[in-house]
Design a protein around this ligand. Structure first.
Ligand code: ZN
Length: 142
């Protein structure tokens, strides 16, 4: 088990631009604000979405595309360091016009219709992602 305790940090609340790429907008904000560790929650809607499912057997990500407008029912994630730079790991739950739910690991290519975020910076926390041989994922190692 790996546990780190935060000593404080800022809480940011805002909205991303219509038409922007969701993951890119998040990464730009995190970089601009210098957030090295934190938690994210976001709701809104997308014009189209691209997510991934990690197949544990093949240890590969399978891409899933939703070329339609959908609600962002829940989008949560965390921010930590990967290759020495802030990295956002984000999962998204999307609702279609029938109320059905889809989702996955957020990929570039998800276009914002509207997106309201809350980001909580976890000051004092240092977590680095590195390759994990058991899972083939980049997990927190130190
Ligand atoms: Zn993921």
């Amino acid at each position: 088990m790996l546990v780190k305790e935060s000593t404080g940090g800022r809480k940011l609340m805002g909205r991303f631009e219509h038409g922007a790429d969701l993951l890119q907008a998040l990464e730009e904000l995190v970089e601009k604000e210098g957030i090295k560790a934190g938690a994210l929650s976001l709701i809104g809607a997308v014009q189209e979405a691209r997510v991934a499912f990690f197949d544990q057997a093949s240890k590969e990500y399978k891409t899933i595309e939703f070329p339609a407008s959908m609600e962002i029912l829940s989008c949560i994630g965390n921010i930590s360091l990967k290759d020495g730079k802030p990295f956002a790991h984000v999962h998204i739950v999307l609702g279609d016009k029938e109320g059905r739910v889809w989702g996955g690991h957020l990929l570039p290519g998800t276009k914002i219709f509207a997106a309201e975020f809350v980001i909580e910076e976890l000051e004092g926390v240092h977590l680095e992602r590195e390759y994990d041989a058991m899972t083939s994922l980049a997990l927190w190692q130190k």
